[in-house]
Design a protein around this ligand. Structure first.
Ligand code: SAM
Length: 257
């Protein structure tokens, strides 16, 4: 990457981080009609009717005029996967909330029916990831469904044993991605994710299959089958919620969508 591109990338990363920090206390009021479906760390992989939360430049500019989309398209790396029209349509036709999820989920307690997250949890440190899972339980209604997809550490280990060491390091750690949201900071196998969810208080935790499960729109949302671990879990009824103390975020702002 040229020096100019690296510098531009750095400025974009710092700007989106700063935007996330400024909005760290935001709370978003969700529409009350129909089930509330939330996609955490969505990237541009979204489905109609979902509330999509991400800390990236794409989410930051989603509600901006078209010319800003054009600028963001060039800066964000989206052009590697999307045409400009496709990119702009995705931003304009879906609900995006720009939020750095290291500060928790900007939604009220028990406000969501479904929380979905694909290839995002591994971008958080162990302790931050753990807090994020606690936040998922906080925002889910009793009986609500959480679905997590992450690179399966067990598959990484298999790759290593097959001698594909460089590929394992690249695909599982993105070690060379030193800035921004791209770097992986932790890894999970089924047992680790299951135990974390159970300790937090989730119920009926199960390994799930690609594009199958209790979560709606999986044909659109699940986008990587290879090397991916899919897990679904339920928020228990109020009567049997765990006594885990959830991190509560101060309610400073109300952004209406
Ligand atoms: C590998 S992409 C996955 C995108 C999409 N969910 C998918 O399945 O293709 C990881 C996403 O997590 C987002 N992300 C990483 N760290 C984040 C953070 N701290 N807060 C919010 N989003 C974050 C990135 O911006 C990126 O869009």
């Amino acid at each position: 990457m040229s020096v100019a591109k690296t510098f531009a990338r750095y400025v974009v990363d710092q700007t989106t981080r700063l935007g996330g920090w400024i909005k760290r206390h935001q709370r978003v009021n969700l529409p009350r009609n129909g089930p509330v479906k939330v996609n955490l760390g969505c990237g541009l992989h979204v489905a109609p009717g979902w509330v999509n939360i991400d800390g990236s430049l794409n989410a930051l500019v989603a509600n901006s005029p078209k010319w800003i989309h054009s600028f963001a398209y060039r800066m964000s790396g989206a052009k590697e996967y999307y045409t400009r029209d496709n990119y702009q349509d995705t931003l304009r036709q879906n609900i995006f909330i720009h939020h750095d999820l290291i500060y928790g989920i900007p939604l009220a307690d028990q406000s969501a029916d479904f929380v979905y997250s694909s290839h995002f949890l591994e971008h958080l440190d162990r302790s931050v990831g753990r807090r994020l899972l606690e936040e998922c339980l906080r925002v889910l209604k009793p009986g609500g469904v959480l679905r997590i997809a992450v690179p399966d550490l067990e598959c990484g280990w298999e790759l290593y044993k097959l001698g594909e060491k460089e590929r394992m390091i690249h695909d599982f750690f993105f070690a060379e991605e030193m800035t921004g949201f791209g770097q992986h900071r932790y890894a999970y196998d089924y047992e680790m994710l299951h135990d974390a969810l159970a300790q937090i208080g989730f119920a009926n935790i199960q390994r799930a299959v690609f594009q199958e499960g209790a979560t709606p729109d999986l044909k659109l949302l699940d986008n990587r089958e290879d090397y991916t671990l899919f897990v679904e879990a339920y928020a228990p009824d109020d009567s049997c919620r765990s006594t885990v103390s959830h991190k509560v975020i101060a309610e400073n702002g109300n952004l209406k969508i």
